[in-house]
Design a protein around this ligand. Sequence first.
Ligand code: AMP
Ligand code: MG
Length: 324
Amino acid sequence: MAFIKTQVIPAHKSGAIDRAVEHLIAGQLVAIPTETVYGLAADALNPDAVQNIFEAKGRPANNPLICHVSSIQMAKRYVAVTEIAEKLMHEFWPGPLTFVLPKQKTCAIPEIVGAGLPTLAVRCPANKTARTVIDQLDHPIAAPSANVSGKLSPTSAQDVLDGLVGKISLVIDGGLTSVGIESTIIGISNNDIILLRPGTITVDDISRVTGSAVKDRDNDTITAPGQLKSHYAPNAAVRLNAQTCGPDEILIGFGRIAGDITLSKHGDLHEAARKLFSTLRTADEYGKASIAVAPIPAKGVGIAINDRLARAAAPRPTGTKAHK
Ligand code: AMP
Ligand code: MG
């Protein structure tokens, strides 16, 4: 890809949103803050712009993108919103819950966005800047996380620049993201709800609204393509469920295990989710062979944190081994 000058504009600066929309209309990529992580946005109706997302990130073409909408009405233009989906949207939108739903026959979103699948993933972000950009554009943006594929997700504008400077034209700096990990993804098939990716909205939160249990994706036909085992990888190797720090390691603590740095001194899982990626980045800067991570309880939001950590610790594809 040719080198592109990357401009950074604070979200609160007047004209910031107009500039983002202009760039999107011109087919350029814009990193925007969402409450989960920073998204790398393209106009979802422009297949060339969407193609550039895959190129800038080095993302495999079989990994579909999430379309971000500014309302339930906007989602309905492109996907079939079932009764149960609408109930959940009313409860959790705007917010970090993504729905994989069948595309409408008339859906104008190009195939490349959904990697050729008959379904499309949609989410309405809680972040005001993101929602206003989509509102002004008046149709969805396709936006995966604004990082190089397989690396740690970005929770600040600086994180975005570290991975994508020279590859994208604009970053809207909205400060640190408040949720810190990617959205929960559910698929809805008939009346079954299947968890495709855990997040801070938990299966219990969803069941409370629907009155029925959320199924595990392994038991069903809806698959989540592109969910590679190794993902969210720092440079160092990652060792999980560590009680103590080994030689040439840095220990990330949680609760009573203090560590060199901690995800949450008080054992607060929401705080740990918010700090997960920035703590892994900081730990990586120590330049040790391995990052050891204290056990995180596998309940509530801890399930999503453990999902990300398991991918960070998974064997890496050849050529991307830990640096020591
Ligand atoms: P990311 O944009 O990196 O947060 O990842 C989005 C994830 O959403 C992908 O890895 C897919 O697993 C999932 N996804 C997106 N669209 C679909 C779809 N149509 N069907 C199933 N999973 C999807
Ligand atoms: Mg991602």
